[in-house]
Design a protein around this ligand. Structure first.
Ligand code: Z5A
Ligand code: MG
Length: 219
């Protein structure tokens, strides 16, 4: 029996880290659980990503940046897989869909005909990573996001860019094509209310229990 892999995705300040932390604690009431946040800025590649995100004078080609975010996930791959197979529940705060959506958004706004507009190209470096058993996308309006604390300090936190990122997320995360994907509308909901909605989806999907199914791979 193994633990389940649950991903929380969303725009900046949509409440991912808050909810990923609360979900990890809730799961820990019955199981062992662990939280992984991407980018993980504590690794060698993560340190480079942190510099890229926080220092506007540090330039990287957008394709290279895309591959670095994926390489950062591969840095944690063995550990993450081991945790699941040891029976731990793993909660992810961002993962491959952030990788695809942010690069795709750059392609629409900056490089009309580059590889960054090709979803297959964007997806390929992550092929082989564990596929989440459940993906929750926290959805709210750009106006509401702008009111939240800490907005506007990093490279991608511009309103027009966030609008584009949102439409790219909704293009690649389609519940009608993948039953493990759920859109959670968090507009006007308190932290506690969002936590309850998320928990209801987790229980409904059977993702609060150990499973015999092998870990799926992104293919
Ligand atoms: N990126 C990428 O390009 N490619 C990739 O492959 C990956 C990432 C993995 C950094 O991500 C950047 O990396 C990000 C995408 C890119 N680009 N940007 N911009 P990050 O995850 O390190 O950072 P972030 O997502 O920008 O921001 P964040 O601070 O982590 O936001 P959050 O986790 O979604 O929100 P939060 O910290 O839980 O909450 C934010 C505030 O809102 C806080 O004051 C909360 O108390 C408040 N909050 C939370 N929930 C509520 C509710 N329900 N009501 C009211 N207020 C709330
Ligand atoms: Mg966060």
């Amino acid at each position: 029996m193994r633990g389940q892999l649950i991903l929380i995705e969303g725009l900046d300040r949509s409440g991912k880290s808050t909810q990923a932390g609360l979900l990890t604690e809730r799961l820990a009431q019955a199981h062992s659980s662990q939280l992984y946040k991407f980018p993980d800025r504590s690794t060698p590649i993560g340190a480079l990503i942190n510099k890229y995100l926080t220092d506007s004078s540090f330039q990287l080609d957008d394709h290279s940046a895309h591959l670095l975010f994926s390489a950062n996930r591969w840095e944690l791959y063995t550990e993450l897989l081991q945790a699941l197979n040891d029976g731990k529940f793993v909660v992810l705060d961002r993962y491959i869909y952030s990788g695809i959506a942010y690069s795709l958004a750059k392609s629409s706004l900056k490089h009309a005909s580059s590889e960054l507009g090709d979803v297959d190209w964007l997806y390929s470096p992550d092929k082989g990573l564990p596929k989440p058993d459940l993906t929750l996308f926290l959805s709210l309006s750009i106006e509401e996001l702008g009111k939240r604390k800490g907005w506007g300090q990093e490279r991608y936190e511009l309103e027009q860019f966030q609008k584009e990122v949102k439409s790219c997320f909704l293009r690649i995360l389609d519940p009608s094509k993948d039953s493990t994907v759920h859109l959670v509308n968090v507009e006007g909901k308190s932290i506690h209310e969002v936590q309850q909605v998320i928990w209801d989806v987790v229980v409904e999907a059977g993702c609060d229990k150990l499973t015999e199914l092998p870990v799926q791979k992104l293919d």
